[in-house]
Ligand binder design. Structure first.
Ligand code: AHR
Length: 497
């Protein structure tokens, strides 16, 4: 029996909050996320409001999605919002050039997206077209949504069915401007950003959160240039995109979504754990220019990116989702929680049917992926007070390589309950754990666990509950301490009250 890991929950700073927006989702006009995911054929025999699929909405309501990013992604810099408002039959069609060259009929546009957000009770996070749009186009979108005087834009919005302003405050100015958003240099983009941000006006009742399109992975120069060139009062946030591939290569095979062995499992985790280094690196650069941490770092695209499911359109990025991906989601959310002084937003790519989706659909059927269950477990951290943890993780060794087996984060919610989320990445070894909680008075512990027989297990439309949550009864009070054994390959969230 290995020795118990000794963990301490520290009191922390009562003012430091884990922003709920760390648990945001992303919905792009890509593959079957919007069309056939959220927005379905009127003939499909599922509960619907208009064409919005309500079983999907209900599942997302349950995990309290705090914000939803739309319409992209790369698609955002090809999107012209006026094509998606007004009578549906009159909306022009376009080709979705980034994703499969399919015809986009614009039946899902601004009003439909904002109706979806309202149903979800979520904050809309729009990405403005900087790559192929104009300042006037973006400024017009803001006026259309947020103004309330009798201007032609506002009259048009009212005619299209929404008398009151929508009050959309989250605005990304471009997406991946270093790549699909225009292949710009950081120096050029920061000038472009300032120009766009100048005309991104606040209307009465809506203060904009202007968000800078940030770095690719560990590109320090991009972050440094944005922080140096853009005045702090011109930006609310700065983004970062970081995906995890099972292999290390964007060309050729990215790695399997299912049916992988332990080496590929290990490689995926090793690559995913780079998020810690990357966030630390960008946060340190931001600290130099913004020591008071006014600007939020938003990891507004993250997730596991594998090969697509055999037989599906490669441009649709449709992949299955295993316990491995859920373990990495729990790990990533722990990393974000532990950096909540700077990371105040993040968006998993993507919500439905694309990349590391929380929901997959097939005709009338729908399933919740293992990753969905992690968001279900972690919702207890939303807007809770951050509690730092101290511990030394044992290693998970495979061949000549090793990674930390254990990661964790903790918070205290408004009712005083303490939640600890624990991930054991080792697929073969349980982890005994003893935790001291000085200053916390608690009487009982309860918990829930996500695990399965194999790290490559996943849910199918025929067996949608193969991987699901269960009660965790393995934690107990030992004196003032908390004692438990964390099963191999598991995510456990404990509640102490
Ligand atoms: O999420 C898929 C794509 O990944 C997004 O469109 C783009 O921003 C990123 O490269």
């Amino acid at each position: 029996v290995s020795q118990a890991v000794q963990m301490t929950v520290q009191p922390g700073n009562p003012k430091l909050i884990v922003s709920k927006h760390i648990q945001g989702q992303f919905a792009e006009h890509l593959g079957r996320c919007i069309y056939d995911g959220f927005w379905v054929d009127p003939a499909l025999n599922v509960p619907k409001q208009g064409r919005i699929r309500m079983d999907v909405v209900q599942a997302l309501q349950k995990i309290k999605v705090p914000n939803l990013r739309w319409p992209g992604g790369c698609f955002a810099d090809t999107y012209h919002w006026r094509d998606g408002v007004g009578p549906t039959a009159q909306r022009p069609k376009m080709l979705n050039l980034w994703w499969g060259n399919v015809v986009e009929d614009n039946s899902f546009g601004t009003h439909e997206f904002l109706e979806l957000c309202q149903l979800l009770g979520t904050e809309p996070y729009l990405a403005a077209n900087v790559g192929s749009g104009t300042v006037q186009e973006m400024a017009g979108w803001m006026e259309y949504l947020n103004a309330n005087e009798d201007t032609p834009m506002v009259l048009e919005r009212r005619k299209n069915g929404h008398p009151e302003p929508y009050k959309v405050s989250w605005w990304g100015i471009g997406n991946e401007s270093w790549g699909c958003g225009g292949n710009m240099t950081a120096e050029y983009y920061t000038d472009v950003y300032k120009r766009y941000a100048t005309f991104a006006h606040d209307y009465p009742g809506t203060q904009l959160k202007r968000i800078v399109s940030g770095a690719n992975g560990d590109d320090a120069h991009w972050t440094e240039t944005c922080m140096k060139n853009i005045p702090l009062n011109m930006m609310w946030g700065l983004t970062l995109h970081q995906y995890t591939l099972p292999t290390d290569s964007w060309t050729g095979s990215k790695g399997k979504a299912t049916g992988f062995g332990e080496q590929e499992y290990f490689n995926t985790l090793r690559n995913g754990l780079r998020m810690e280094l990357i966030v630390t690196k960008h946060a340190a650069i931001m600290d130099k220019y913004d020591p008071e941490k006014k600007v939020a770092l938003l990891v507004d695209e993250w997730g596991v990116w594998t090969d697509v499911e055999p037989g599906t359109n490669p441009g649709f990025l449709y992949q299955q989702n295993t316990l491995r991906d859920a373990l990495l989601a729990g790990t990533t959310l722990n990393i974000f929680n532990n950096h909540c002084d700077r990371v105040r937003g993040a968006n998993l790519a993507q919500a439905v049917n694309v990349l590391q989706a929380v929901i997959l659909t097939e005709k009338e059927k729908m399933l919740l992926t293992p990753t969905y269950h992690v968001f279900d477990l972690y919702q207890v951290h939303q807007d809770a007070q951050y509690l730092p943890l101290q511990f030394q993780s044992p290693e998970y060794v495979l061949g000549t390589e090793k990674i930390p087996a254990l990661n964790a984060s903790a918070s205290r919610d408004k009712s005083g309950a303490v939640h600890i989320s624990l991930v054991n990445l080792n697929p073969n070894k349980a982890l005994p754990l003893e935790t001291a909680l000085p200053g916390v008075s608690w009487k009982k512990v309860s918990g829930r666990i996500l695990t399965s027989g194999s790290v490559s297990d996943y849910n199918t439309f025929d067996k949608p509950n193969a991987v699901q949550l269960a009660d965790f009864k393995g934690a107990r009070k030992k004196g003032d301490n908390l004692a438990l054994t964390l099963p191999p390959k598991s995510v456990v969230v404990l509640e102490l009250k």
